[in-house]
Write a protein that binds this ligand. Structure first.
Ligand code: 5PN
Ligand code: ZN
Ligand code: ZN
Length: 270
């Protein structure tokens, strides 16, 4: 049986304010951070954990986040770099449905979509203060059409051919051998972090937005985009405990410093 491999797919970058990255701490000022997707090649199939943001969506809805993403940094572009096509992906796992984690779902026509049951529910019925976060609903075309009825949206050819099937989960789950989803709620209602066990190195625990960066963990400081700040802090502690329990290395979702040291493109972890 082939060993599991993990690829990080560079999805470009966005800008937020320092007070959004470090809630009630700052310092303020523009902070440019990376976004990426994770491809896990497993004996049971190809799993993609998150799919980054859609450039056109951000330009239309959140242009103040100043997206930088070249064609190579799209999901099709990143897959091409490792010799794969969009139809080669069997499963998409979404940590949560903020626009910067699900914008590329619509390219993955053959994939079954896996997420927390509470997250799928929240994405269609979010709190008013979460609207920008949940602004890209193209991962669920029916929901997207319902929410955008009456609005003049530019045609999106990718969407016409996209009819995803959802598989919702709750609780911690080992969804394939050595591939774990851990509940880390607070940032959103049904947030999952993912741990991958590998043959030749320590497990990797992808925090997703339960922890943007090493600095957030070191300061026990959550980001300002959250549903429940108290639950968010609990999840920060949980990630630290999980990393200790499994001797896992934490990989952060939006860490400009750590990202420089991560292997990307055709270089994988195994
Ligand atoms: C990158 C980013 N920008 C804005 C929001 C938001 O309003 O909720 C989540 C989020 C983001 O991840
Ligand atoms: Zn988020
Ligand atoms: Zn994010």
């Amino acid at each position: 049986m082939a060993d599991t491999k993990v690829y990080l797919l560079d999805g470009g970058s966005l800008v937020i304010d320092g007070f959004h990255a470090f809630w009630n701490r700052g310092p303020g000022g523009e902070l440019r951070f990376p976004c990426y997707a994770v491809l896990v090649e497993h004996a049971d199939g190809r799993y993609m954990f998150d799919t980054g943001y859609d450039f056109d969506h951000v330009m239309r809805v959140l242009p103040f986040e100043k997206p930088i993403q070249d064609k190579e940094q799209t999901i099709p572009g990143q897959l091409a770099k490792i010799g794969l096509k969009t139809d080669d992906i069997d499963y998409v796992i979404n940590s949560h449905y903020h626009f910067d984690h699900c914008g590329g779902n619509k390219h993955l026509h053959k994939a079954c979509t896996i997420c927390h049951a509470k997250e799928l529910e929240a994405s269609g019925d979010c709190q008013p203060f979460e609207h920008l976060g949940y602004s890209d609903l193209t991962f669920a075309p029916d929901l997207h059409k319902k929410k955008n009825a009456g609005k003049e949206l530019p045609p999106d050819p990718a969407l016409d051919m996209y009819t995803p099937k959802f598989e919702t989960l709750s609780g911690d789950q080992e969804i394939a051998k050595g591939l774990w989803l851990f509940e880390t709620p607070g940032h959103t209602a049904g947030h999952y972090s993912m741990m991958v066990e590998l043959k030749n190195r320590r497990p990797i625990l992808f925090t997703a937005d339960a922890c943007y960066s090493k600095k957030n963990m070191d300061m026990m400081c959550i980001s300002s985009f959250h549903l429940d700040p108290v639950a968010s802090v609990k999840s920060l502690h949980r990630l630290k405990e999980l990393a200790a329990k499994y001797d896992a290395e934490l990989f952060y979702s939006h860490d400009p410093d750590s990202f420089k040291s991560y292997q990307t493109g055709a270089n994988c972890y195994s």
